[in-house]
Design a protein around this ligand. Sequence first.
Ligand code: ASP
Length: 362
Amino acid sequence: MEFDFLPLTASLDENSSRVLMIYTGGTIGMEQDPTTGYLVPFSFERMLSRLPDLLDMGITLDLLVARQPIDSSNVSPADWITLAQTIKQYFEQYHAFVVLHGTDTMAYTASAMSYLLEGLSKPIVFTGAQLPISLRRSDGKENLMTALEIAVAREHNKPILQEVALYFGGKLIRGNRSKKVESNLFDAFQSENYPLLAEAGVQINFNTSALLRFKHTEFKVYDKLETSIALLKIYPGINERQCRSLFEDSFYKAVLMETYGAGNTPTSLWFSACLQGYIKEGGIVLNVSQCPGGRVIQGKYATSKHLLDLGVVSGNDMTTESALSKLMFVLANSESKMKAIQMLGENLRGELSSFYPEKSFA
Ligand code: ASP
């Protein structure tokens, strides 16, 4: 993904907030192709004509527009690295960043960004829309304007938000706790296992105690992700042939397993044998739940005790989106398998609730 720089507002006085808006694509900037009828990205200049208030907010606003805006279904880990590096390039010049992104994979990109950008002291707010901004009933305008207001909100001369978050339909959600749960209604995202960071109604109310605080560590931007990872959803009827083809393929450095309830799977001998062989050969299996609420507790049921014994790593209460990008991140940026496994269990960016000890059910 390549970007073109476009100054939007003339620089205001030195004290005004400077925001860089990064447009990657998504429904917010789409319109219907008159010949095919499909929704496709259109030029951002046309989108701006729908937002006259944008230039009138008292902030210095610049824009980076993707040369080829994408439907976020086409986003790749390579794009995540480009986005992180782009933010790094402009980090010192701006107080805050607003990223316009398609909703389909926004939770994945926001999660990945939370890992790639370490030691954040400034807001990175993702937003988008369910209906193109070119349409009268679009939710895009509210999402974009509120995302900007959140990005520039300050207290004691510091940004209130100091992490990667996603604003949509009145809710501000930690990026690596977000999940798209709705493709029709405007209330499209949910926060999994963590309170909202803010709610926007008549006022924007921040949930101060839920926000991550800058720890005065060095700002570091990573540029590596390991992509030879598979995602396996457990379902009734999952078969040996499918599992063997996955677990016997040494291409995969890790398998993210989406299990039932509190982390349960079938206990068939062939299934355990698949896991055992794969882990013995050096693979990592990370266990997250298919349930949007609750967490993995390996050993709570007999149907997860074998996972504990085999060395499957608990994903605790992480979302699938977050666990996937965390796996990519830790595998590419840790010196050993042991270190990678240790990092998977640690709370790196507020993505898991570290206060639960394994087996706390007793
Ligand atoms: N398919 C679109 C995308 O993710 C959906 C959206 O933006 O709402 O780019």
